[in-house]
Design a protein around this ligand. Structure first.
Ligand code: PLP
Length: 437
């Protein structure tokens, strides 16, 4: 053996030995750290407190198990522990774009060109041309002056109210608004008023008696548990009457609701009447991640200066930005997908109602199949899965007691056969569990 390759072999063996010594030392350090941690009363008390809470959640029957999906997100998925492919009816993948080849390929292209991430917040060195491009497209899609990106819509909701409202201002929020809106409002110093769910006379009473400088009415465009819609015509009338502003969260509307997917405003024929829109890129718009606020240019400019989740969190990664850009282009070019999700929704709702089920909500791809009893909802969902249909039962505390349901979500990517297959399985299980005749 030539002398240099002998040395190379020796060096290789040496490096393997050093690596295993390091691993051994690390595992020893971990072992002694956990031994001394076990002896620390604060830590064992902490573990006890957490375990009791976990047991409480399990005893209440509200412990959430996570099923492990072994394929990409789609209308047909594979799930760990099952052999067959399963029809998925519980994703927010309303347009079926989560694994769309055009979207995925563009995402790969921009990954190659712009890298995996920015390692920076936007204002330090985290703004690329593609971030500005996407913000422009979002504003254009909604017909607004400007838009600002966040890592999620949760962040957009968390960062809005505190940045724009003071104790002189008041916020009027529907009692069933999304958790992220509730948290965002908690963070601000404005006067906080909650009106009963979609109750316009309650809202009016509160607006009437307010002397606040700015009044902001805040509502989900579509409420995700019930698939019901904010009474926007009345809200914008009240806003005009009492000189208030209107904010809507369009996570369950952007891209697919309304004739061309412009959302709740379009559904109600009120395009342009809402002042501030927050929405997500993590549902219909490719399903990756990201959220945004769109509205008046002064608002967006101020949010870039003051909004904490924007200022203190990393910039959106290029492949995620690419997803948003490609989807926005697709939606501005054609409304075929939003038409398709609407016709699938009608097919499902009509057939299920005809079969005797009660479907809550209005013309929306969120189709809650009302069952009432929590145990029944859970057994129903399990039996649907054994028939190859993936749906989830929702019960208290996510929905009110006695209003358990299975929330079906329709996608543009479902075929009519998929929809019919799901309806047939519902009828089969519904009859065997005596929910319908
Ligand atoms: C109405 C509503 N707002 C906000 C969010 C948060 O969106 P994101 O997943 O982008 O944080 C959700 C998601 O569940 C939602 O349903």
């Amino acid at each position: 053996m030539p002398i240099f390759s002998k040395y190379a072999l020796l060096r290789g063996a040496d490096s393997v030995r050093r690596q295993s010594q390091r691993l051994f030392a690390l595992s020893n350090a971990h072992a002694s750290a956990s031994a001394s941690a076990a002896a620390r009363p604060a830590l064992s008390q902490f573990r006890d407190i957490l375990s009791k809470q976990i047991t409480g959640i399990k005893d209440a029957g509200t412990y959430k198990m996570e099923r492990i999906i072994t394929s990409s997100q789609s209308t047909e998925i594979t799930v760990e522990g099952t052999q067959k492919r399963i029809l998925n009816f519980c994703a927010n993948n309303y347009l079926g774009l989560a694994n769309n080849p055009e979207v995925v390929n563009y995402s790969k292209e921009l990954l190659d060109k712009y890298g995996a991430g920015l390692s920076s917040v936007r204002f330090i060195c985290g703004t690329q041309t593609i971030h500005k491009q996407l913000e422009k497209k979002i504003a254009q899609f909604h017909g607004r002056e400007d838009a600002i990106l966040y890592a999620s819509c949760f962040d957009a909701n968390a960062g809005l109210f505190e940045a724009i409202l003071t104790p002189d201002d008041a916020v009027f929020s529907d009692e069933l608004n999304h958790a992220s809106i509730i948290d965002g409002i908690r963070l601000c110093k404005a006067q906080k008023q909650r009106y009963k769910h979609r109750d316009m006379s309650d809202l009016e009473k509160q607006l009437q008696s307010s002397t606040a400088r700015l009044k902001l009415i805040v509502t989900d465009g579509v409420f995700s548990m019930d698939g019901n819609i904010a009474p926007l015509p009345k809200i914008v009338d009240l806003a005009a009457k009492y000189d208030a502003l209107v904010f809507i969260d369009e996570c369950h509307a952007t891209g697919f609701f309304g004739a061309t997917g412009r959302g709740t405003e379009e559904y109600h024929n009120l395009l342009g009447r809402v002042d501030i829109i927050n929405s997500t890129l993590g549902k219909a718009l490719g399903g990756a991640a990201g959220g945004y606020t769109t509205g008046p240019k002064e608002l967006i400019t101020l949010l870039r200066q003051k909004s904490r989740p924007y200022l203190f969190s990393n910039s959106l990664p290029p492949p995620v930005v690419a997803t948003g850009i490609k989807v926005m282009d697709m939606l501005m070019h054609s409304d075929q997908l939003s038409q398709r999700v609407q016709s699938n929704t009608k097919r499902f709702r009509d057939a299920m109602t005809k079969a005797g089920f009660i479907i809550a909500g209005e013309n929306h791809p969120i189709c809650p199949v009302m069952l009432g009893d929590a145990r029944l909802a859970s057994i129903f969902a399990d039996q649907m899965l054994s028939r190859g249909i993936y749906v989830i039962g929702f019960s208290y505390p996510v929905v009110p007691k006695g209003k358990a349901r299975i929330r079906v979500q329709i996608s543009a990517a479902h075929t009519t056969d998929d929809v019919d297959h799901a309806v047939a399985a519902f009828i089969d299980v519904g009859r065997s569990l005596k929910v319908i005749k």
